[in-house]
Ligand binder design. Structure first.
Ligand code: G6P
Length: 464
């Protein structure tokens, strides 16, 4: 007999869940809590709310946990066939939909929508259906269901067919492609995607800009929103959590270690960036801009260090592995051009370490956030909250965060390495008082909508 489940009044669905498991050498399972705004937002509503989070089993540890029936309260992991998941997640979600919304295709070779794409699309449908069925199974009558991101674009429509009593929301954490770019997708697929999303009562986006491009795509491809509502919820940084976490001992240790790596006698400035090693984050152009700064302003030699933290991401995809190697190669070449016995101009860290990221945030004089395109970019919001002495923010106009932070940032066109180098110089030379005043305003804007409120606002709007 199937175990009895209580029906949940609030459900969240996402590919990556709030917890992930690994198998220890002794065969036991270790659970690691996931980070990120959504996790803190949902945890904030508390276990008594009876919420259910449906996510995919992502690796062997997760699959083993499902097999053994190990679960965290309020989390249901779906053990979707590994090949189906790979085609849906790596093939469609990360190699097609992510590329479309971040405008990452490089003509003349990409994109090609061939039979292989159609085969993967069928897997994407199966994977979305598995989520829709699990949600239909776990939802109380009239429950609110919050579906997350491009991985699960078909879920709202599928779920609506199974359960028309539910309130269904969908939230996009990415940018949304402009009409002409979106229409690179085969016509029937573009239509199916939008109709799938429009099965929701409400579609959420991080900025007005992405909500508008989505609406324009619906107008062009399916003749409008068909009664669905569109809303904007600009996820902010969690100030209380960050400030407390950034003052723990492990962060103090990392700060001391970074200071030793930076060297000098405390007078060296720092330019900090922290990203997943992600094509859209534009890390290589950032390093090129820094190289140009050192070329054009020899006065900064020995006086500035670039802390570049680039954490491996999506390494199953060749294009990400190549990009990761390119980042390391360019960082090395800058160092081999400019290093002196007591000075390493670029310190590249690739091992994911949240405490060390916070240490770098605290030390930042300048934050460099230069994505080609980004749904929001929480790093741009976190650094001003945590930085000790105030930091100047060099920010791409293509990051969603620019809508809220642009007034006090130094804005750059992410493709323009010359102007990015000039902005880095301006940031380094900004008078201390101005930097501190701007940082204070940036931190206030960055924390205007903390994760808990971001989440609860959406539930409230959905029930309206
Ligand atoms: C973006 C997406 C998330 C995704 C995250 C990490 O922020 O909006 O849905 O989880 O990147 O990517 P990954 O492929 O590792 O889950």
């Amino acid at each position: 007999m199937a175990p009895e489940r209580t029906a949940a009044p609030i459900l969240v669905a996402s590919n990556r869940g709030p917890v992930t498991y690994s198998v220890r050498p002794d065969g036991g399972l270790d659970a690691k809590r996931g980070g990120g705004g959504l996790v803190s937002g949902l945890s904030a509503i508390g276990p008594d709310a009876g919420a259910l989070w449906v996510c995919a089993a992502l690796g062997d540890g997760d699959r083993e946990a499902v097999r053994r029936g190990v679960t965290e309260p309020g989390v249901r992991m779906l053990d979707i066939d590994a090949d189906v998941h790979a085609d849906a997640y790596q093939g469609i979600a990360n190699s097609v939909l992510w590329f479309v919304h971040h405008m990452l295709y490089q003509t003349p070779l990409e994109p090609v929508f061939d039979q292989e794409f159609r085969r993967q699309w069928a897997a994407y449908e199966r994977y979305n259906r598995a989520f829709a069925e699990a949600l239909a199974d776990g939802a109380a009558p009239g429950a609110a269901v919050l579906v997350q991101d491009y991985h699960l674009a078909l879920v709202p429509g599928m779920l609506r067919e199974l359960r028309d009593d539910l309130r269904i929301g969908h939230f996009s954490h990415t940018p949304w492609a402009p009409v002409d770019y979106f229409r690179m997708l085969p016509d029937d697929i573009a239509e199916q995607l939008l109709r799938g999303m429009l099965g929701a009562d409400r579609l959420g986006f991080l900025t007005r800009r992405w909500a508008d491009t989505f609406t324009a795509c619906c107008d062009a491809v399916v003749g409008g929103l068909g009664g669905a509502r569109v809303g904007v919820h600009g996820l902010g940084a969690d100030a209380d959590f960050l400030r407390e976490r950034a003052h723990r001992d492990d962060v103090a240790e990392r700060t001391a270690a970074l200071r030793r790596q930076i060297g000098g006698t405390g007078e060296r400035r720092t330019i900090v960036r922290v990203d997943r090693t992600e094509l859209s984050k534009n890390i290589v152009r950032g390093l090129r801009a820094y190289e140009l700064l050192l070329d054009e302003h020899p006065e900064w030699h020995e006086r500035v260090v670039h802390l570049a933290f680039a954490y491996p991401s999506r390494q199953d995809l060749a294009v990400y592995r190549d990009y990761t190697a390119e980042v390391a190669r360019v960082a090395d070449s800058v160092n081999s051009r400019f290093s002196t016995p007591g000075w390493t101009p670029v310190i590249l860290h690739v091992e994911d370490d949240f405490a060390r990221s916070l240490a770098a945030y605290r030390l930042a004089d300048v934050a460099l956030v230069n994505p080609i395109r980004d749904g929001m970019n929480l790093v741009a919001k976190e650094i001003p909250v945590v930085s000790d002495a105030g930091c100047a923010l060099v920010l791409s106009r293509e990051a969603g965060a620019h809508e809220e932070l642009g007034a006090d940032a130094l804005t750059v066109n992410p493709y323009d390495v010359v102007s990015t180098a000039a902005a880095l110089h301006e940031a380094l030379t900004m008078p201390h008082e101005e930097r501190a005043a701007r940082t204070e305003r940036l931190a206030a804007a960055a924390t205007a909508l903390p994760p808990e409120r971001w989440f609860l606002d959406q539930v409230r709007e959905l029930k309206r």
